[in-house]
Design a protein around this ligand. Structure first.
Ligand SMILES: Nc1ncnc2c1ncn2[C@@H]1O[C@H](COP(=O)(O)OP(=O)(O)OP(=O)(O)O)[C@@H](O)[C@H]1O
Ligand SMILES: [Zn+2]
Length: 747
């Protein structure tokens, strides 16, 4: 990643930029700014309409940056204060560099900027088309063209022709100004330049009417591109609109309306039925159905009551609740999701980088071709100059790579926001591309394939003292937060077994726990561990095997090398696990269960789900298992993101599963927020659909260009068809990408 923090004088600044509608515009701005002294790490995002860069103000002033962007034809306004930490943003992205790092924005001094600036600072996104600069140009060139047609009709002879010349010159002036601004910063090949040359060339050979028409169509095309780009952005912006702008707080028995962006931790807000919750918090009063679809994509309302966690943006369906705010507006779950999606859109996909490189040669190549077309036939075979000059000018208009350049980012942006709205988060184009190639999914057992809440099913003590056994086990497990520990504790509580105080509790990773009770060390752990400590008997093994074959996990309780008994627990597979694994199989994807549990238990569960398994893995073994699997497959690993962080990082795509604060969103390449295994298939289908969409887009863009390249050289189509083909392709590509917004997770 490019940005190093060796340049201490540089601060990160960012702006909102209006009027960009294709990646071509973005690269124009990037190229221009990168040439300025003291400027580095320029990031321009068409989708979020932002510009960010590291700037040493001793070398270049902020105003210079703004003036430069305006000269190129875009609107610019400062977005947020300088941030001293320049390192973080560079880590966002696809590659492993950024994993596990907290986002530097957490604790930003500006409340709610993440959401607010996108909803309100949206350039011209919400303005009506005729009020934008592009709208003005369309109206102006349209009126001029109509006037010229009128003039041609009523005025005698040559004068009608001159009306078109005037219309064309006035219409092309603003375009030419942008072309020269770009030329000035060393970019001769821009669509504006091609346009200006083509229009003035057409005037030169006497095709004034067509020149005026081309200028008008160019303006219309730019407008349409802008509208299409706004539609693509709306998908992401809609997420931000899910958090209400105001909140009701209670003070001295009275309710008062305040801005949701100004809520602070500890405040109590009142939420009435039908309203959206304004902040992440904890219910302190009331029970209500909560529809969390806006945040997690899960549309079945959950009943939640006192002490339970709720997310900003969720809808309270049926009763009044009071919620204590537990997170500041700028780091609530939905704000984090939006931030992730935005950052994801800036992480460039490999295909996108390839297209960028390609289009860098494409435009000059077409210009060279146009030059040849203009000169070679007349010189070689004495063909008429005006015919070939005309064809060359039309060719110039085909040299605009707009549609091609936007083909990949438009699909990716649509796909990422479609996913985010359904609880499928993916952090960028590179992740999407990798996810589309996945042919093996590795899943953690506990909590991912199973419910994660094991329950005690059998107890055996060789001397018949079951209650004593349970009491010992519970005392030791009090020092562990393993799911098995929770199960043993709640079971003994249910039976009213006394729990003795234990000391020096110690977790033995992947094996069990031990603690001192009455001066003696007692261990609860896997039978294998008990065996290694010399505490297993023949009879205990026979019982263990029988229980494990039923898919139960056995915990052995022993003191020194004397076995005190066995406790069997069973963790049920999730309801949707069978369906989920079947869907993966149908998609031609292998599924492998990874577990620290013993092989017999693992086999019993894996068989019921018809999947492969690898068992008795210590925490490090999971990482090596993934590494082994990645040798021959593209592997997606699904885990909870907290215990499995290293394995997630090792897989080609690491996806955390869970909802809200219990998912480590930041540590994985993606997340399944609905907390359903069946969404794994949905995520893979979304990724595959995106790649298909990208391929369609590239085909549309290149295909149309190829067709009109040929028809132009052959003289079948002329200037105005060429410009129509260009903008038409851009609009088609964008519309095609927008189809992804309607993606369906359920089949
Ligand atoms: N607190 C505990 N009490 C009893 N047994 C334990 C405890 N912690 C670990 N074990 C034993 O060690 C084995 C491996 O534990 P580990 O935590 O690595 O895997 P797991 O979380 O149970 O399963 P998975 O890898 O599928 O999530 C468990 O199956 C269990 O037999
Ligand atoms: Zn463009």
């Amino acid at each position: 990643m490019s940005l190093k923090q060796d340049d201490n004088a540089a601060n990160i600044y960012s702006w909102t930029v209006g009027g960009m509608d294709c990646a071509n515009c973005a690269s124009k701005i990037r190229t221009a700014l990168e040439r300025l002294p003291g400027v580095s790490d320029v990031k321009v995002s068409v989708m979020s309409e932002t510009l960010a860069l590291a700037l040493d103000e001793g070398k270049t002033a902020r105003e210079t940056i703004e003036r430069m962007v305006e000269k190129l034809g875009y609107k610019v306004s400062a977005r947020q204060k300088a941030r001293a930490d320049a390192g973080g943003d560079a880590s966002v992205g696809a590659c492993c560099g950024g994993k596990g790092r907290p986002h530097p924005d957490a604790g930003s001094p500006e409340p709610g900027h993440g959401i607010a600036s996108h909803v309100h600072g949206a350039g011209e996104a919400n303005a009506s088309w005729y009020r934008t600069g592009k709208g003005h140009l369309v109206i102006l060139t349209g009126l001029l063209l109509a006037a010229a047609w009128g003039a041609e009709f009523f005025l005698p002879g040559e004068m009608g022709m001159w009306a078109f010349v005037v219309a064309c010159l006035i219409g092309v002036a603003p375009v030419a100004r942008r072309a020269f601004a770009a030329l000035h910063v060393g970019m001769p090949f821009t669509i504006e330049m091609l346009m200006s040359v083509a229009a003035s060339g057409a005037l030169f050979i006497g095709a004034a009417e067509e020149a005026a028409l081309v200028v008008f169509l160019f303006a219309v095309g730019e407008l349409l591109e802008g509208v299409a780009a706004d539609r693509a952005r709306a998908g992401i912006r809609a997420l931000g609109d899910l958090v209400p702008k105001t909140a009701l707080i209670e003070e001295k028995g009275e309710t008062r309306k305040v801005k949701a962006s100004e809520l602070f931790i500890g405040q109590i807000v009142v939420v009435r039925p039908g309203d959206r919750i304004p902040a992440d918090g904890e219910i302190v009063d009331g029970i209500a159905g909560i529809d969390e679809a806006p945040v997690t994509g899960e549309s079945v309302p959950k009943s939640k009551g006192e002490g339970e966690e709720v997310f900003a943006g969720s809808i309270v369906t049926d009763a009044v609740i009071r919620v204590r705010v537990t997170r500041a507006p700028e780091d609530n779950t939905i704000a984090r999701i939006i931030r992730l999606v935005e950052e994801a859109q800036e992480a460039r996909a490999p295909t996108e980088r390839f297209i960028d490189r390609f289009s860098r040669y494409y435009m000059p190549a077409i210009v060279a071709l146009a030059a040849l077309v203009a000169v070679v036939p007349p010189l070689a075979v004495a063909a008429p100059w005006d015919v070939w000059l005309y064809r060359a000018l039309a060719l110039l208009l085909i040299g605009c790579p707009c549609a091609l350049v936007i083909s990949v980012p438009a699909s990716i942006a649509s796909s990422l926001s479609a996913g985010a709205r359904r609880g499928l988060l993916l952090k960028g184009g590179a992740v999407l591309e990798a996810a589309a190639r996945v042919d093996l999914v590795a899943l953690d057992k506990t909590g991912t394939l199973t419910v994660g809440r094991p329950a005690v099913t059998d107890i055996w003590s060789p001397d018949g003292e079951e209650r004593r056994l349970l009491s010992l086990a519970a005392s030791v497990e009090a020092g562990s937060n393993h799911p098995l520990a929770a199960a043993i504790l709640s079971f003994s509580e249910k039976l009213g077994v006394s729990v003795e105080p234990a000391s020096d509790a110690r977790v033995i990773p992947g094996r069990g726990v031990e603690a001192r009770i009455d001066g003696q060390t007692v261990t609860v752990g896997s039978p294998r561990h008990a065996e290694e400590q010399g505490a297993m008997t023949r009879e205990a093994w026979q019982r263990t095997e029988a229980l494990e074959t039923q898919g139960k996990t056995v915990a052995a309780v022993f003191q020194a090398n004397a076995l005190r008994g066995l406790i069997a627990l069973r963790d049920e597979p999730r309801e949707d696990a069978t369906v989920a694994m079947r869907e993966l199989a149908q998609m031609g994807v292998r599924s492998v269960m990874l577990t620290g549990d013993n092989a017999r238990t693992a086999e019993a569960i894996a068989r019921s789900l018809s999947m492969e398994f690898r068992a008795e893995l210590l925490p490090d073994d999971k990482v090596s298992a993934i590494r082994e699997l990645t040798a021959n497959n593209t592997v997606m690993m699904i885990g909870d993101g907290i215990n499995d962080a290293p394995a997630l990082a090792t897989a080609d795509v690491g996806v955390a599963m869970g909802s809200g604060t219990d998912v480590a969103l930041e540590s994985a390449d993606g997340a399944l927020l609905r907390n359903r295994v069946s969404d794994v298939g949905g995520m893979l289908r979304l990724a595959r659909a995106t790649m298909v969409n990208i391929r369609q887009n590239i085909t549309i863009a290149l295909g149309l260009k190829a067709v009109f390249l040929v028809t132009t050289v052959l003289g079948i189509t002329g200037l105005w068809i060429a410009i129509l083909a260009d903008t038409g392709a851009t609009v088609l590509v964008t519309l095609n990408a927008l189809r992804l917004l309607g993606f369906r997770v359920e089949r």
